[in-house]
Write a protein that binds this ligand. Structure first.
Ligand code: F6P
Length: 500
């Protein structure tokens, strides 16, 4: 499904921590180079929305001190936001990734509460709100993305009541017992309450936010509707993000991708079973727990290399943050130990790749893998699980999926595991490795149906459609009870549109 014409009505301004384009230096080393689409599902999903509406993308170019004038790239109007080195340290590495990230992921890391980081978060959110304000025509739709920018909706609402403001949280929103530790819990909730629509990955995240809003800000909630003290109403509901299933399916069907998949298996020594893990190198992804379970299966002789090999792709991430450096060391020591104990010369038991691959190579790897282990300790959605499914047009391959990934709500035919349970993980891996092909195909077919129907375009349309309805209700209320033609307030505010 492609874009709904509704989203073409007014320009969409996306406000995200990062820009959708990366500068690639010119091959001859001279000139300015060119802007290429940055990797990742978020950019792939939102770029067409912004482009088709003649909209704008506001974001940080990803390096400290980079000062750029607004520019056009890939048919988008791009507004860069400058961050100093100190702001990168305090806002991005500090508050976003040292406080909120571990707190929002069930405290799988220890959150640090540092007042200086909070000050920087407020200051930088204000700068994004200023840039969005300047970029928005009257009545524009603004779509703010993710935990780095939770204060932007209220900052924008205050100065631009004409805007339709949506916010989408890509990561989990924690239960009150955890969220309530945040010293600035009220300010963050009130930042989000500035939106007309707050979207989450899972119904449970939306419920956690509704509870936090009631507890910190004294708002009244009715189902997914929130009523603020000034009478303004907004909604909080789930809109599970997905992948561009058609594009991935086409990519995986290309002869060159299939050839590359066969080549990869040959390079791995033509094992009977290839097991694959693909993650950002992040402590929420459960890489150590996975390696522990896999290592124990090798120790017990229940899996035997070189007949079975594990390929673990761990893409570099947030490398200046101490927790991430510690994790890298632990993962590399663990891989080294397993390989020391179980590899033969030229035939490692675990192929560990600390790098990022282009999407063509990823599609080939997915096709080459008999089993994919997607076992995060907590994850908003996890698009690797959906990418694996979208690429398996051959209906082969078995997905082992953590119960604690948002994707587990939808991909019920995966082998679901609790990544904290080492015995359970071992059983799941053994079951996946020996699953009968007919059973594997039945499960994969069902998951592919889900991913192809509820793809990333469905996600964007459902969110923007629901946002338009809530905003129309609010605008009608402001005009004094007048209703747009065919408009039903109950439908606009009470019923999830596209969310579950
Ligand atoms: O999952 C949340 C997220 O912010 C994604 O949007 C992003 O792709 C990933 O984490 C890595 O984030 P970053 O490198 O920008 O810190």
């Amino acid at each position: 499904m492609r874009l709904d014409p509704r989203s073409d009505e007014s320009p969409v301004v996306v406000v995200a921590n990062r820009l959708p384009v990366d500068r690639v230096p010119a091959e001859d080393g001279g000139g300015e180079g060119e802007w290429r689409q940055s990797p990742g599902g978020l950019v792939a999903a939102l770029e067409p929305v912004v482009r088709s509406s003649g909209g704008t993308w506001v974001g940080w170019p990803g390096a400290p001190g980079v000062e750029l004038e607004p520019f056009e790239a890939r048919g988008l109007h791009v507004v860069p936001v400058v961050l100093s080195a100190e702001e990168v340290a305090d806002y991005y590495e500090g508050f976003a990734n040292g406080t909120l990230w571990p707190l929002y992921h069930d405290v799988t890391g220890e959150p640090v509460f540092e007042r200086r980081w909070w000050d920087a978060y407020r200051r930088v959110n204000r700068r994004f709100a200023d840039a969005a304000d300047a970029a928005c025509a009257r009545g524009a739709t603004v779509w703010v993305q993710d935990y780095q920018l939770q204060l932007v909706p209220a900052m924008l609402r205050q100065r631009r009541p004409d805007l339709r403001i949506g916010f989408f949280d890509h990561i989990p929103f924690p239960g009150w017992e955890i969220y309530s530790r945040l010293p600035w819990r009220r300010e963050v909730v009130e930042g989000l309450l500035g939106a007309d629509l707050v979207g989450f990955q899972r119904g449970a995240d939306a419920a956690n936010f509704l509870r936090a809003a009631r507890s910190t800000s004294g708002v009244v909630t009715r189902g997914s509707v929130i009523e603020c003290a000034d009478g303004r109403q907004l909604r909080a509901a789930s809109f599970p993000i997905s992948v561009d299933a058609v594009t991935l399916d086409e990519l995986a069907r290309r002869p060159e991708t299939r050839r590359r998949a066969a080549e990869l298996r040959a390079e791995l020594g033509d094992p009977e079973t290839v097991v694959l893990g693909v993650d950002r190198l992040d402590y929420t992804k459960g890489i150590l727990q996975r390696l522990r379970a896999y290592g124990e299966l090798l120790d017990a002789g229940q899996l035997a290399p070189p007949a079975t090999v594990l390929v673990q792709v761990a893409s570099p991430s947030r490398e200046r943050v101490e927790e991430y450096q510690r994790l890298r060391n632990e993962v590399e020591v663990t891989v080294g130990r397993i390989n020391g104990d179980h590899s033969a010369l030229g035939r490692p038991a675990v192929h560990y790749l600390h790098k990022t691959f282009p999407k063509e190579e990823m599609a080939a790897l997915y096709l080459a893998a008999d089993v994919a282990l997607v076992t995060p300790l907590r994850d908003g959605m996890n698009l690797v699980a959906k990418e694996y499914v979208a690429c398996r047009h051959d209906e082969r391959g078995v997905l082992v999926l953590s119960e604690f990934a948002g994707a587990a709500d939808e991909l019920r035919q995966a082998i679901l595991v609790n990544p904290w349970d080492v015995d359970g993980m071992e059983e799941a891996i053994l079951r996946a490795v020996s699953l009968r092909p007919a059973e594997a195909a039945r499960r994969m077919r069902a998951m592919r149906r889900r991913v192809s129907e509820f793809d990333v375009h469905h996600w964007a349309n459902a969110f923007l459609g629901a946002l338009a309805m809530v905003a129309e209700a609010r605008e009608a209320q402001r005009r004094g009870g007048e209703r747009p033609p065919g408009f039903s307030p109950g439908r606009a505010l009470g019923r999830p549109a596209g969310g579950r």
